[in-house]
Write a protein that binds this ligand. Structure first.
Ligand code: DOR
Length: 431
């Protein structure tokens, strides 16, 4: 039974409506309603001191199901998402089997519907089996609801295949091809960013050029085809500058950054913490500064968590044996608030835009991203921007490989409302 809820006295931050003001918000029968139109007996939540925003949307998640259920399932990943303030996530295709046809896409959508914690917008593979040899069944997956295709975890190495994908996607309207920008030959064997720190730590490096070569090539192919290109988890200052110029030129390109690339640098690897081993690697303080500037000025459109759960036995091993990735759904909002919003590098409105409104647009997720207006589906997060907490396992995620363990963060999700229902209340999952 959908609930009727009155969120009283929160600061409503709604980028889609350009709104930032204290107001009451009503929810009934799954939708936003004017507060004075609520039925008697509505649940009243005191939201004074809280921020109310459109539910967050993660354009880059790994839910691992099917095939990697020891690390995460759709249900545990969706619960982690809801606790992180997300009402929609886009799981990547690098599952086993790969999400390269409509059957796997539908399986993930059905599993999420059964969990009832958030919406999923699965990303389909660009190439069959992520093998980089021939195109997957893009048309069939579009019919199943896919709007973004990616071989994430791997680059589409063959430029002719990427050209074909960008061209083919044009036939489906607003469909984007999302690239993992790492040249396989230049990053082969690399454990971290190639530089002074990799030399000192004795770990093989991956140069910035590994990413920048792919960004340059893909922008050239976007120009050639007119196709819609999305660049995942950018890590280098040079990439940001290329995207800035491509946008000025009018290319149809969007870009993403992760919370971990916005927070950490290669200097943090002195501890050999395998949770900081990620692809692409954490780079220098100059790169991080360029990513922050690019996010603030809109060159980088979205923040994606790249939530990448791995079981303990793939992380508690020698650094060069460890799987790349950090979980992120439960810490993303607090990391952005603590490291960027609080110090004044990013406005709260722009942070919410990059974590909700812009990714909703990318995914064609029309129910998400706001505006918070009567009649719209009730997808909301209420968070306390002043609450501090220390990141510690266990997590709602089935995995515990968080780069943020031990850090004190400011900003805590209090309530998440998904399709009008309180799926997280007072910081606890309701289902
Ligand atoms: O660190 C990463 N882990 N980066 C990726 O692109 C893939 C991901 C994974 O699937 O574990």
């Amino acid at each position: 039974m959908p609930e009727a809820i009155l969120l009283r006295g929160g600061r409503v931050v709604d980028p889609a409506a350009g709104r930032d003001e204290v107001a009451d918000v009503g929810v009934a029968e799954g939708r936003i309603v004017p507060p004075d139109a609520l039925p008697a007996g509505a649940l009243e939540l005191d939201c004074s001191g809280l921020v109310i925003a459109p539910g967050l949307v993660d354009p880059h998640t790994h839910l691992r199901q099917p095939g990697g259920e020891d690390a995460e399932t759709v249900e545990t990943g969706c619960r982690a998402a809801a606790l992180g303030g997300y009402t929609a996530v886009a799981p990547m295709a690098n599952t086993d089997p790969v999400a390269d046809d409509a059957a796997v896409i539908r399986e993930v959508i059905d599993l999420a519907a059964a969990a009832g914690l958030c919406d999923v917008y699965p990303v389909g593979a660009v190439t069959r089996g992520l093998a980089g040899e021939d195109l997957a069944e893009l048309g069939e997956m579009v019919e199943a609801g896919v709007r973004v295709f990616s071989d994430d975890g791997r680059v589409v190495a063959n430029p002719q295949l990427l050209r074909n994908a960008l061209t083919y996607a044009l036939a489906f309207g607003e469909v984007a091809i999302a690239e993992h920008c790492e040249d396989p030959a230049l990053s082969e064997g690399g454990q971290m960013h190639e530089g002074q720190h990799s030399a000192v730590l004795g770990l093989q490096g991956k140069p910035r050029e590994s990413e920048e070569i792919v960004v340059a090539r893909d922008l050239a192919l976007a120009r050639l085809t007119g196709g819609r290109l999305h660049l995942l988890h950018l890590s280098s200052a040079g990439s940001v500058e290329m995207v800035r110029r491509a946008k000025a030129e009018g290319l149809r390109v969007t870009a993403e950054v992760t919370p971990h690339h916005l927070v950490f640098t290669d200097a943090d690897l002195v501890t050999y913490d395998t949770n900081l081993k990620v692809n692409p690697p954490l780079r220098t303080a100059e790169d991080r500064a360029a990513l922050r500037r690019g996010l603030a000025d809109g060159t980088i459109d979205v923040i994606g968590t790249d939530h990448a759960p791995h079981p303990v036995e793939r992380k508690e091993v020698e650094f060069d044996q460890a799987a790349p990735g950090t979980i992120g759904l439960e810490t993303a909002l607090a990391a952005v608030l603590t490291e960027l919003v609080e110090p004044g590098e990013l406005s709260l409105l722009r942070a919410i835009e990059a974590m909700s409104t812009a990714p909703a647009r990318l995914l064609g997720a029309a129910d998400h991203g706001g505006p918070i207006e009567p009649g719209r589906p009730a997808m909301l997060v209420a968070f306390d921007p002043a609450a501090t907490w220390v990141v510690e396992p266990p997590f709602a995620s089935r995995s515990r490989n968080s780069a943020f363990i031990g850090r004190t963060l400011r900003g805590r999700v209090v309530h998440t409302i998904y399709r009008g229902e309180l799926v997280v209340a007072d910081g606890k999952a309701e289902r």
